[in-house]
Design a protein around this ligand. Structure first.
Ligand SMILES: Nc1ncnc2c1ncn2[C@@H]1O[C@H](COP(=O)(O)OP(=O)(O)OP(=O)(O)O)[C@@H](O)[C@H]1O
Length: 213
């Protein structure tokens, strides 16, 4: 469970998002909102990548005080991944796997499921946008996170990979992982048990009814 209190995130004095009080329970949550509404900023803040005002805890772990255990508990998949171009998918995966304490068998399962094998040892500078996205998705599933945040997980990947991502989300969710997702495309509700839909608008986050979607 993520508990957020009095969160304010600004860039250079310009307020982007404020969350006075929000509890994200275990489940799959979809964050919707117009371009520039603050979804990525909110996700990066929760992932511990940005300074902010307020308090965030994950399963009782404080984002600042318990920063190592907090970060082991939360994974983040970038909307538009961008890596140093000389690094291969294998370099990135091995590095993150070690940091996130992932097992070798989980690593090879993810490489296989997401079809990364054919370009595993090529530098990411040579990748298509879909190959970069598959790499970032593999990184987001490594280790034993309690929460996985996927920012626009379905963009640039082919239809077969979209189905694999649904499968991964369902499987990890079945073993207790909470997902925070954003997408401008609709998710296939029959393939993903989405519990809550949130709308990010006017610097705030409102809960919507799932049946509206
Ligand atoms: N590093 C930054 N420095 C200054 N302003 C930023 C920075 N990153 C984002 N912003 C601003 O914060 C606001 C929210 O951006 P953010 O990327 O969080 O939106 P988003 O909802 O994810 O948008 P999209 O749907 O287009 O991905 C925008 O006005 C953007 O210009």
């Amino acid at each position: 469970m993520i508990v957020i209190k009095n969160l304010k995130k600004s860039y250079g004095g310009h307020l982007v998002i404020q969350v006075p009080d929000l509890v994200l329970s275990n489940g799959i949550h979809w964050f919707k909102g117009a371009n520039g509404s603050g979804k990525t900023t909110f996700f990066r803040t929760l992932a511990g990548m940005l300074p902010f005002e307020g308090e965030i805890t994950l399963g009782g772990m404080d984002i600042r005080r318990d920063h190592v255990s907090y970060r082991l508990g939360i994974n983040y998949g970038e909307a538009e991944p961008d890596y140093p171009e000389f690094l291969t998918a294998n370099d990135l995966i091995q590095f993150v796997a070690a940091a996130k304490k992932a097992t070798a068998s989980d690593v090879s399962k993810l490489i296989d499921t997401l079809g990364i094998g054919p370009f595993l040892f090529q530098p990411t500078g040579t990748y298509s946008s879909g190959m970069l996205k598959k790499t970032s998705l593999a990184l987001a599933f490594l280790g034993n996170p309690k929460v996985i945040i996927l920012d626009e997980p379905l963009i640039t990947i082919d239809d077969a990979t979209v189905l694999k991502v649904y499968e991964l989300v369902r499987d990890y969710h079945a073993s207790g992982v909470t997902f925070l997702l954003s997408s401008h495309q609709d998710f296939m509700f029959e393939k993903l048990p989405i519990q809550t839909v949130f709308r990010v608008e006017n610097q705030l986050i409102h809960q919507e009814s799932v049946s509206e979607h």
